[in-house]
Design a binder for this molecule. Structure first.
Ligand SMILES: [Zn+2]
Length: 309
């Protein structure tokens, strides 16, 4: 971010630490990876290692996100600056994930298997990286130059109770609330940019922040905005809760509700869905024909008061 050569990088949190701390038990949190492998409960990590990535230098990490990583600011109606900082953080996390995958596949490609599969995977990663870098620049420009009216808020509320799940991320939706298409993720033509929206759920001591927004250039989300504006708040929360499990992996759950989570088969199946296929998309003929994608009414709404800690 500062364009200076650095020797080391910060333990950057993709979800603010102050929020993770409020739902941790003995400093531990349930990671999304644990839901994919319910038998192994080793996927509990401390707050310090939850959702961290390493591509931001120490001084940038301290300076750049200080408005949004501040409890006093995050409980107020979000400004363009705050949303800009959240979006920049989200795209840096996506970039860091894709760079790691790129390394992995390049290594495989060189060492083991010069197959077309690896080559096409690398092409997909490069396309994603191009989109994410562009979005990173656009949102950084909002913050750096104090731009106004850059975002549309899809939903914002301060809930008067503590939810058991902290999450934050950029999401590329394929279908909206009424199942109309949003992004065509199979269109790999280089001039098409995927459009993302941002979602965060932050538990605090006695309340919780739920915020969803998108950059105004990402017009594919205007339909979703109208849909969410015309339904009850409870139904918006239910939908956002479903999206967290269906589309994201950057969420952290209080271990206090661990048993209830692991006893809910459909919730675990939803967490493991990839493009509506079970088992992270690694299917055999049996589950390809027999699996029904999990629907919104089949899972508990962790953002509702019923699940408050
Ligand atoms: Zn820096």
């Amino acid at each position: 971010m500062c364009n200076e050569p650095k020797e080391s990088y910060c333990n950057s949190h993709s979800v603010p630490q102050f929020s993770l701390k409020t739902i941790a038990e003995n400093g531990k949190l349930l990671q999304s990876a644990a839901l994919l492998n319910a038998a192994s409960l080793e996927d509990k990590k401390g707050v310090k290692n939850s959702g961290v990535f390493h591509i931001i230098c120490n001084s940038c990490d301290k300076l750049y996100f200080r408005d949004y990583e501040n409890i006093d600011n995050i409980v107020k109606k979000p400004t363009d600056k705050i949303m800009g900082q959240i979006a920049v953080k989200n795209f840096l996390l996506q970039i860091s994930k894709r760079l790691a995958e790129q390394n992995l596949y390049q290594e495989q490609f060189r060492k083991i298997n010069r197959s077309i599969t690896f080559e096409s995977k690398l092409e997909d990663i490069n396309l994603d990286l191009k989109d994410y870098f562009l979005d990173y620049e656009i949102n950084k420009d909002v913050v750096d130059n104090n731009r106004k009216n850059a975002y549309h808020i899809l939903f914002w509320d301060i809930l008067p109770y503590k939810i058991p799940i902290a999450s934050q991320g950029a999401i590329t939706l394929k279908k909206d609330y009424k199942n109309y298409p949003v992004n065509n993720v199979y269109d790999t033509s280089p001039d098409i940019c995927m459009q993302s929206f941002h979602l965060l759920t932050l538990p605090l001591e006695n309340q919780s922040v739920v915020l969803a927004f998108y950059h105004k250039k990402d017009k594919l989300y205007s339909q979703l905005r109208h849909q969410l504006n015309s339904i009850k708040k409870e139904d918006v929360l239910k939908y956002l809760n479903y999206i967290i499990f269906k589309e994201t992996e950057n969420y952290y759950i209080s271990t206090k509700i661990e048993e209830k989570i692991f006893s809910n088969k459909r919730l675990l199946e939803l967490a493991a869905e990839h493009n509506e296929l079970p088992n992270l998309g690694m299917v055999n003929l049996f589950n390809l024909h027999n699996y029904k994608p999990v629907e919104i009414d089949e899972i508990p709404n962790l953002l509702s008061e019923e699940w408050a800690l």
